[in-house]
Design a protein around this ligand. Structure first.
Ligand code: GUN
Length: 291
């Protein structure tokens, strides 16, 4: 069996087109959706990610601004910037690119973002609302994963879903969203004994570990939907996922490629959350949006 490849680039393009229509509707009502991106330091990968996010904003009719801070900038300076962005009515969404330099406590920085502008969905308010089943902003990568799973037509109710990786940004929220969709969820991590025993049961397998090809072909259940979140650069500069794509392609029912899989979806969901923040603000102000 050869798996169907879930084309994240194509799906993201479609979703970004929907965002553009919603942005046009806001613009027609006199509201320009705005995203502020904060980048601390000069991590090359972070700079590329943020550049791609801002370019996507421009194409979708979202105004964006980048705030680049020095690698040694103080916590007080980062918090002061976030306070200023929280108070700025032209900014509907705030994104702090992660990881932060080691001297900055990530939790304190993220908690400073107004929950109404937390378009990355990483504030404890957002994560808590997801846990309670009434999500306000869903984290972008897990939201993208769920959109990709929708394209398979699989009914997730009663399915075995295995998530590998327990980060706050992907693994934990992805497990919650799969649970909400009715799957029976197992969350595996670096201390899991006999990982393959779990992954081989998975009708849906989500891998978000950051270790190249940690999932070999024989760890995939025949016919499974395999979502590969890993983006690992080899010394030769090639991008590899967490899954051995060539081997898994021969066993899975559906699989996402790297690159061109989950990555573009994360950006599309960020645009969606930014538009949502602007729409909520419009509603709060009593602004009527057209059809
Ligand atoms: N670093 C890697 N992925 C992400 C993301 O989705 N959001 C933020 N803020 N930082 C990241």
């Amino acid at each position: 069996m050869t798996a169907t490849i879930i084309d994240g680039k194509l799906l993201a393009q479609r979703l970004r087109g929907d965002c553009k229509l919603r942005a046009d509707r806001l613009n027609a009502a006199g509201i320009t959706p705005g995203l502020a991106a904060v980048v601390v330091g000069d991590d090359p990968a972070s700079k590329i990610y943020v550049r791609n996010k801002l370019k996507a904003c421009q194409e979708a009719g979202i105004r964006s601004e980048e705030h680049a801070l020095a690698p040694d900038c103080s916590l007080a300076a980062v918090l002061a910037l976030i306070d200023r962005l929280n108070a700025d009515a032209a900014v509907h969404g705030i994104l702090v690119q992660l990881p932060l330099p080691a001297h900055l406590p990530q939790a304190a920085v993220i908690e400073r973002i107004s929950p109404d502008k937390d378009v990355d969905g990483l504030h404890p308010h957002s994560l808590g609302s997801l846990l309670s089943g009434h999500a306000r902003f869903v984290p972008c990568t897990p939201a993208g994963i769920m959109e990709m799973l929708k394209t398979t037509g699989l009914d997730l109710r009663g399915k075995e879903a295995v998530v590998v990786g327990r980060s706050n940004i992907v693994g934990k929220p992805a497990a919650l969203m799969l649970l909400q969709a009715g799957a029976t969820v197992t969350l595996c991590h670096s201390q899991t004994a006999d990982l393959a025993r779990h992954t081989r049961r998975a009708d849906v397998l989500v891998c978000a570990v950051g270790k190249p090809q940690i999932i070999s072909g024989d760890m995939v259940k025949p016919g499974a939907a395999v979502i590969d979140v890993g983006i690992n650069r080899t010394p030769a500069g090639k991008l590899l996922g967490d899954v051995d794509f060539g081997a898994a392609l021969q066993r899975a029912g559906w699989i996402t490629p790297v690159p061109g899989g989950v990555g573009p979806m994360t950006i599309a969901m960020l645009l969606g959350n930014t538009i949502l923040a602007a729409e909520r603000r419009a509603t709060a102000l009593g602004v009527k949006l057209g059809a």
